[in-house]
Design a protein around this ligand. Structure first.
Ligand code: SF4
Length: 356
């Protein structure tokens, strides 16, 4: 099933000069720098790494004025929009806009009250910027915690709606919303509930999801379930890893739901006693050597003749392993039988020829 078909049409929100989030635009991939933002050289280097992986938006933390000032230099060296992550200090939000942030992420639960939030809204409006209202189960307003007893999905949605009401009263609507929880089920409920009530675009992510494998599992369940519902305009796979790995994981979640059209989809088998070629090595090399193909062509790499021919017939290109050799398929037909060490080059040549 193509999840694009049931995507919810949300309001378009402009981020920088050439990115629109919402309005059924392609789901934008985000990540966040792990460098000190004040160290602009390392930050630029990390942003360039994720740009190489086709990340659409990058967030940086702004814990102090030095970091806000660094935005000015960082912006001059990178291509993708930059989001400033703000907690506690509304002045840093305003300064971040002034030094070039395209959007800020702000948590109304910890910015110090309505008056301060309004000052941030005024600055965003004046400078034509965007704001993400980032609700997080770990830092919610005390009144809502008292009312609901814990940071429940309903409490998170109410917190977002309260902030939106204030923004709308000040004629500001360039808003994206996130409702993050470490509990995947609560996050899913919160996003679904908000989506029923509102047309603002949603930044979907599971917060603090853990290291690589648990992180991918939690995010794939949470983000994948919501995307399958048609919910989600931009995603961030939050986990304790390098940002590049977060971007690759985000792309794979989107690819699995046919929501990413800018890279091949590689299918490879887990291997077993029947495996006759080095599937792992070959599949990794196929990914590496076909990344420049900007189309969602489906490529299968399977280790033997059990499922290989059947899978290859369903794909655009495929390899089914034999003893130190392999059958290369193209559009469901056998193209050639080649020694193992020639399969990769011929596969890449074919794909490039067909997709030039
Ligand atoms: Fe084993 Fe063949 Fe299945 Fe790969 S495709 S796991 S080699 S049976």
């Amino acid at each position: 099933m193509n999840s694009q078909k049931n995507r919810k049409g949300t309001k378009p929100v402009n981020i920088g000069h050439n990115l629109i989030i919402g309005d059924c635009q392609p789901v934008a991939i985000q990540s966040m720098c792990t460098t000190k933002t004040s160290d602009w050289k390392s930050t630029v280097e990390q942003i360039k790494q994720v740009e190489q992986e086709n990340c659409d938006v990058m967030r940086v933390a702004i814990p102090d004025l030095k970091s806000a000032k660094a935005l000015d230099t960082i912006k001059k060296h990178v291509r993708i929009p930059i989001v400033a992550d703000i907690h506690f200090d509304y002045n840093l939000a305003i300064k971040s806009f002034e030094y070039g942030a395209d959007k800020i992420r702000i948590n109304p639960g910890n910015i110090g009250g309505e008056d301060r939030f309004i000052e941030v809204l005024k600055a965003a409006k004046k400078l034509n910027k965007a704001i993400r209202i980032g609700i997080n189960s770990g830092s919610m307003e005390n009144e809502l915690l008292e009312k609901y007893g814990y940071p429940s999905p309903e409490a998170m949605v109410e917190s977002a709606q309260n902030a939106i009401k204030i923004a709308e009263a000040h004629d500001f609507t360039n808003i994206v919303v996130s409702l993050k929880s470490t509990e995947v089920e609560d996050a899913i409920k919160a996003y679904r509930l908000f989506s029923e009530q509102s047309d603002y675009p949603l930044h979907v992510g599971m917060t603090e999801a853990g290291t690589l494998i648990p992180g991918i599992a939690k995010n794939a369940i949470g983000i994948g379930t919501l995307l399958q519902d048609g919910i989600g305009d931009t995603i961030r796979v939050s986990m304790t890893t390098d940002p590049v790995e977060q971007v690759i994981a985000a792309k794979e979640i989107l690819k699995a739901l046919h929501l990413y059209g800018k890279e091949p989809i590689i299918i490879s088998c887990p291997t077993c006693a029947r495996t006759e070629i080095n599937v792992k090595d070959l599949a990794e090399k196929v990914r590496e050597k076909t990344r420049h193909i900007r189309k969602p062509v489906k490529i299968t790499v399977l280790g033997c003749a059990v499922n290989g021919p059947g899978e290859a017939k369903e794909a655009d290109y495929g390899i089914a392993g034999g003893r130190k050799k392999g059958v290369l398929y193209r559009k469901g037909e056998i193209h050639k039988v080649l020694p193992e060490d020639q399969l990769l080059d011929e596969l890449v040549r074919l794909i490039e020829e067909d997709n030039a």
